[in-house]
Design a protein around this ligand. Structure first.
Ligand code: NAD
Ligand code: WQD
Length: 337
């Protein structure tokens, strides 16, 4: 089977390419490299000892998409390509709607034109909005607090409409919780541009000395230690979930939605403590005001993915911290030389 991986040079995409190649799939990556580097794909080949095919280009470019689908017999698509910075999406909503929503529409038009009707989509727990955890797939969605989240919600709705119009499509919507960690080789990992927005890359850049200290956004939430609770999941577990999802698609699943999370919540302080324990380092941190839009507690009910995909997350928080630090310490500048 030949899988087109959009956004495959990125953080989750590159880890998924490793798993796909390991399982014997052929891989074609399409990425405009706006938030990634081709070096990640060279490392994927190094880890797996296998080759993939790379096209540098944009999902907004219809002619380019046409060329990719003409030159390759694609059986299914895993669609990661998208912009994901919450704060940036508040400042530049049109850029987010164009890149994520219009980009997905163009991708689906190209798929339809070439008779490819199998897709796994990277959605996000953010579509659950303010629902009370544990978050199950049955809950209503769409009450998102920012344009990024709404792009994920709108794309889910668009994909549902495509299925209603033509039930030959097989679609899996995967709602990720908080992916962290890196491949155990330390060859690939998360390499954000500029100052990280997310907790774990921020922690690892403080640990490596690139940033002076971590600001913990709020210690007065209604949680056991006052800091926010999230469902952190090892990126390799997440990547393995995509193998199960694309297999489900090839079984002819219709349209399905699954959470990919561990089902366990950890506070910001738990993560700081776990990182210190697994690395033996002391992190410089201080408490700072709450960050606008943060919810006190977000974690998944992962039971549907266990039941229907035969998938559960295996790695612990200690594993996630160890592998993040292994990647960061071996690559202090990320993929930059
Ligand atoms: P990432 O930025 O590392 O990967 C996204 C990739 O898409 C990048 O390589 C980027 O260059 C590429 N890209 C973006 N716009 C493109 C376009 N128009 N054409 C071609 N390529 C384009 O991010 P990631 O963390 O690997 O996330 C992958 C997907 O998972 C995204 O859709 C993201 O919204 C979603 N997601 C991420 C998280 C998270 O916390 N990392 C959580 C939930 C969902
Ligand atoms: C986690 C916790 C912060 C940074 C975001 C998106 C979500 C999804 C995953 C894509 C929160 C705290 C953080 C820092 C801190 N992405 N924090 N100091 O906000 O749960 O989710 O990424 O779909 O849509 O919103 O993740 O890593 O930013 O924050 O105290 O410097 O760490 O307040 O409690 P979040 P995060």
């Amino acid at each position: 089977m030949n899988i087109l991986v959009t956004g495959g040079a990125g953080y989750i995409g590159s880890h998924t390419c490793v798993e796909l190649l390991g399982e014997g799939f052929e891989v074609v990556v399409l990425d405009n490299l706006c938030n990634s580097s081709e070096e990640s794909l060279e490392r994927v080949e190094k880890i797996t000892g296998k080759k993939l095919k790379f096209y540098k280009g944009d999902i907004l470019d219809t002619e380019f998409l046409d060329r990719v689908f003409t030159e390759n017999k694609i059986d299914g698509v895993i669609h990661f390509a998208g912009l994901k910075a919450v704060g940036e999406s508040v400042k530049l909503p049109l850029m987010y709607y164009q890149n994520n929503v219009e980009g997905t529409v163009k991708l689906c038009l190209a798929m339809q034109k070439h008779g490819v009707k199998n897709i796994v989509f990277s959605s996000s727990a953010t579509v659950y909005g303010k629902n009370e955890p544990p978050l199950s797939e049955k809950l209503p969605t769409g009450d998102c607090s920012n344009p990024y989240g709404r792009t994920k919600y709108f794309i889910e709705e668009i994909l549902k409409d495509i299925y209603v119009s033509d039930n030959e499509w097989n679609i899996v919507l995967l709602r990720y919780f908080n992916p962290i960690g890196a491949h155990e080789s330390g060859l690939i990992g998360e390499d954000p541009n500029g100052i990280p927005n997310n907790l774990m890359p921020y922690i690892s850049q403080v640990a490596i000395g690139k940033l002076p200290k971590l600001n913990i956004f709020g210690n007065d939430y209604d949680t056991p230690d006052g800091t926010c609770i999230r469902d952190y999941i090892h990126v390799v577990d997440l990547a393995k979930g995509h193998i199960k999802a694309i297999e489900k698609v090839f079984e002819g699943c219709g349209i399905k939605t699954y959470n990919l999370g561990t089902g366990k919540g950890y506070s910001v302080m738990d993560i700081v403590n776990a990182f210190e324990e697994s690395t033996g380092l002391k992190l410089n941190y201080e408490f700072a005001p709450r960050r606008a839009g943060d919810l006190p507690s977000v974690y998944s009910d992962p039971s549907l993915a266990e039941k229907e995909l035969d998938w559960t997350a295996k790695y612990s928080i200690a594993d996630m911290c160890r592998d993040t630090w292994n990647w960061q310490s071996k690559n202090p500048k990320g993929y930059k030389k």
